[in-house]
Design a protein around this ligand. Structure first.
Ligand code: ADP
Ligand code: MG
Length: 247
């Protein structure tokens, strides 16, 4: 039976009087890859940020490990990032720290890990994303694809239950996209629960177990990738898919 990793109930988010998410109800399944697609401004990032509470929902619930994250006390909220990790479009690496330090900082400061052990763990995660030989380099000297692989290693090092990706390849030169998608695909094969906001339709089709199409402040359609891409039910989904395939 499919287990639920995150359950979203009547989630609403508005900025002042601008309603960005109307009434979202959905579930992220344990061990699955969920791809979120949709036009710019449809609330994909906002939804993602409501899952890990980087954004406080206006109303509704986000249930994770038996708790409503929207009502989490401050102290527990500070540690939520360890369980629900996030990889950003713009990498967000610390420029004044080496690649390895970028990966170990959270382990040492947040998880209170012994620095020598953190270093060993950090190297293992860098190896996993093919970045071990750049451990002593600074982010500035890396390509976008390399930076993003370091950011993924940093997120993985915290051993998250769920990993969120907000357009992880959108800031990359085209020749760097594949290496990052390959890392994410490998994680999918290891059954890490992931939510990936992406414009890479071929990737979503190949790697995702579920796809949500978002528009107008909500999930317009959700299905397995084959059904959603090949037989979209909603006119809006059809239109969006036709449009991106023409690009
Ligand atoms: P997407 O990721 O699908 O492109 P976003 O979630 O970034 O969409 O944005 C959805 C809408 O919410 C946009 O109209 C955007 O301007 C608005 N929005 C997002 N964040 C904020 C914010 N912090 N303050 C005000 N408006 C915001
Ligand atoms: Mg976005």
């Amino acid at each position: 039976m499919t287990k639920t990793a995150i359950k979203i109930n009547h989630l609403k988010k508005q900025f002042k009087d601008h309603v960005v998410l109307g009434d979202v109800n959905a579930e992220v399944n344990d061990g699955e890859v969920l791809a979120i697609i949709g036009p710019s401004g449809s609330g994909k990032s906002t939804l993602l940020r409501c899952l890990n509470q980087l954004e406080k929902p206006t109303a509704g619930e986000v249930l994770f490990e038996g708790k409503d994250l929207t009502k989490l006390p401050k102290k527990e909220l500070a540690h939520l990032g360890e369980k629900i990790g996030m990889v950003f479009q713009s990498f967000n690496l610390f420029p004044n720290h080496t690649v390895l330090e970028n990966v170990t900082l959270g382990l040492i400061r947040v998880k209170k890990m012994d620095p020598a052990i953190a270093k060993k763990e950090g190297m293992a995660y860098l190896k996993q994303v093919g970045m071990a030989e750049k451990a002593e380099a600074y982010p500035d000297s890396l390509s976008g694809g390399q930076k993003q692989r370091v950011a993924i290693a940093r997120a993985l090092a915290m051993k998250p239950k769920v990993l969120l990706f907000d357009e992880p390849t959108s800031a990359l030169d085209p020749e760097n996209v594949g290496e990052v998608l390959k890392v994410i695909q490998k994680l999918a094969e290891e059954n890490l629960t992931m939510v990936v906001v992406t414009h890479e339709m071929a990737f979503a089709k190949k790697v995702a177990d579920q796809v949500w199409f978002m528009a107008d402040g909500g999930i317009v359609e959700q299905n397995d990738p084959e059904s959603l891409f090949s037989h979209p039910k909603e006119e809006k989904t059809k239109h969006f898919i036709e449009q991106v395939l023409m690009d």
